[in-house]
Design a protein around this ligand. Structure first.
Ligand SMILES: [Zn+2]
Length: 128
């Protein structure tokens, strides 16, 4: 392990609270270093505390979260737009991809960070 610890919980080998790690997409141990390199790739290690992140895998969970959450919201939104505004069809073709692509990335980043935080939290007390 390299780097320096920056928080008391990181010094104790613990885990920072959910709101400090998952929502801002930060390291689950120290809450300081970035969890991602690029849009959705997990960094190899935390730049702040040196936590090895290469074994962290959220699997398909983030995609499922994005599909269920954004799918439901989009159906409701599409019906509302259609029945209240009655726009031409091309408005739907332009509007929904413009909303869904960035919303999908944000949702999957937060879901991935939340799952990795939960994995780290439940493994933190186990001997390595
Ligand atoms: Zn860290």
């Amino acid at each position: 392990m390299t780097g320096t610890f920056t928080t008391p919980s990181a010094q104790a080998g613990g885990v920072v609270p959910f709101m400090q790690a998952a929502l801002p997409c930060r390291c689950p141990r120290c809450g300081q270093g970035r969890l991602f390199r690029g849009l959705l790739d997990i960094a190899r290690s935390c730049a702040a505390c040196g936590l090895d992140l290469t074994g962290q895998d959220a699997g398909d969970g983030p995609a499922v979260a994005a599909i269920f959450l954004l799918g439901a919201l989009t159906v409701v939104g599409a019906f509302l737009v259609e029945f209240r505004l009655e726009p031409p069809f091309w408005v739907h073709l332009v509007l929904w991809p413009a909303v869904l692509v960035p919303a999908s990335v944000v949702t999957m980043r937060i879901a991935k960070a939340a799952l990795i935080w939960a994995q780290w939290r439940h493994r933190a007390g186990q001997p390595r």
